[in-house]
Ligand binder design. Structure first.
Ligand code: GLC
Length: 480
């Protein structure tokens, strides 16, 4: 049985701030079903729920040597749904009430994490064939492996995959600082290795040293090889284009399932969703304290509120949109300016907006089940998971055609009666406004066509079954 170790900063249900956590929490399950011995390692954040911490067993402490000396690590273990999960514990680094802090602190703690992941293998009875790294926090794993561990027989055959979930975050710092923290030699900090625009860059390290690189949709795999979305690493990615591929994300169809979802009151599938969604709409309105109205156009935005998500082009359209018989349900927190924007609108249109910055799975599912549409005007979107959940619940996605949104939402075409959602290319309020007019016209004046769009969406398959096959193929190619 091939052994794959997933290394990441987040994994649902232990800790999750966004899509990264969802992917790391769901893809391994599917690979297990395919016969891989997949295990997961993340930091042992003190802010994890007690229900998890209390189940973990602990290893003896072992030293992790960094540039300036050593720090102790302990590996905590628990088996979750058949998957052994390891948690690297160090109270100095992983305390506090959130997984991330200031960048300068995170650089050091994730450098430590990368080294500890490699060190722990010698203390566990587990020699992975592949370490599958996710995002910048794990970028130094391939670097350490190829430099410090080089020909060490215990490590020599381990292959690495680096998956890019978001090029926006790279983990950059002053070269001397990074050298001091990691003890990596000077000759690694050149433009063809860890240096980027005068700084040390952890993600670049992963891109240069990993055996294979993937990202979470085909379109994003192309986009990041261009300056606009490559965020300074497009050159490094073009250089490795032979080893770079896009594998679209899936979602856990057992967890996101309108015919069995424990959180929603009325179950439905693609045969009876018209009735089912009506009842769930009423339940959602009740829960959110908005007027119960079966005819209203109910749209949701379930997202981290960051400038990636296109909320700046949404703002000028909101006022106009809310003049009509529309309700908007917003769930998710993030930048203050966006949280405040929705609070302002909520004060002005108390009967039309529900907004909560406290993300929780239950409310998210009530929204997917009860809304007619979801809006994702993203500036860029490596994959996006919200549109996949929406499709599954018969909620029509309205998206900007970028990254994974372009790959997973088929634009509605009235002439051929095809498509699963609505989309626009240009990143502008004008383009979004035109699209929303079209959306409302179809919703109000062509309800049969609207329902056909929703039904086609429900019949799409964005479970992990296809994409996990592609990851399996990648591992097989690597292991030969
Ligand atoms: C990041 C990206 C998102 C992607 C997720 C999981 O959150 O912004 O588009 O779906 O990672 O890969």
């Amino acid at each position: 049985m091939k052994k794959i170790l997933y290394a990441a900063a987040e994994c649902d249900p232990f800790i999750k701030t966004g899509g990264l956590g969802s992917v790391v929490g769901s893809l391994p399950k599917e690979l297990r079903r395919k016969g891989y011995d997949v295990r997961i390692v993340i930091p042992a954040y003190q802010c994890m729920d007690e229900q998890w911490k209390s189940q973990m067993t602990s290893s003896l402490p072992f030293p992790v040597y960094m540039g300036w000396g050593s720090q102790p690590a302990v590996v905590r273990t628990l088996v979750y749904e058949g998957i052994p999960c390891y948690f690297v514990s160090n109270d100095f680094y992983f305390s506090g009430n959130a997984p991330y802090r200031e960048m300068w602190q995170d650089i050091e703690k994730f450098s430590f994490f990368c080294k500890a992941v490699l060190e722990m293998l010698a203390y566990l009875d587990f020699e992975p064939d592949v370490i599958h790294c996710h995002d910048w926090q794990t970028g130094l794993i391939p670097v350490f492996l190829k430099t410090f561990y080089g020909e060490n027989p215990y490590y020599r055959n381990i292959k690495t995959v680096m998956t890019l979930h978001n090029m926006r975050f790279q983990g950059t710092t002053d070269i001397n600082v990074m050298k001091g923290i990691t003890g990596l030699p000077y000759d690694l900090f050149t433009y063809d290795k860890l240096e980027s625009y005068g700084s040390a860059n952890m993600l670049k390290g992963g891109i240069v040293y990993a055996d294979k690189i993937t990202t979470v949709s085909s379109t994003y795999a192309q986009e990041i090889q261009e300056p606009a979305l490559g965020k300074g690493l497009d050159g490094a990615l073009r250089y490795r284009s032979q080893d770079l591929s896009g594998i679209v994300n899936g979602i856990d169809y057992a967890v996101y399932d309108p015919s069995g979802d424990a959180y929603i009151s009325y179950h439905y599938d693609s045969s009876d969703f018209r009735e089912g969604k009506k009842k769930n709409k009423a339940a959602l309105q009740k829960e959110a304290g908005l007027p119960e109205d079966g005819d209203v156009f109910a749209a949701c935005i379930i997202s981290r509120l960051t400038d990636q998500k296109g909320l700046d082009i949404l703002e000028p359209v909101l006022h106009e949109l809310l003049q009509q018989n529309v309700q908007l349900f917003v769930l998710g927190g993030g930048e203050k300016r966006f949280e405040e924007m929705f609070t302002r609108y909520k004060e002005r249109y108390p009967d039309k907006i529900y907004a909560s910055s406290d993300y929780n799975d239950r409310m998210a599912k009530l929204m997917y089940a009860g809304c007619d549409a979801t809006i994702m005007p993203s500036r860029f979107e490596p994959c996006g998971l919200s549109q996949l959940m929406a499709l599954r619940y018969g909620t029509v996605p309205i998206v900007r055609l970028t990254g994974g949104l372009k790959d997973t939402v088929m634009v509605y075409d009235a002439a051929s009666q095809t498509g699963t959602g609505f989309g626009f290319e240009e990143y502008s309020s004008a383009a979004l406004r035109t699209t929303m007019k079209h959306v409302l016209d179809v919703f109000r004046n062509h309800p049969d066509e609207w329902n056909a769009i929703a039904e086609r969406g429900m019949k799409e398959d964005y479970s992990w079954s296809t994409s996990s096959e592609q990851y399996a193929d990648l591992y097989e190619t690597l292991l030969g």
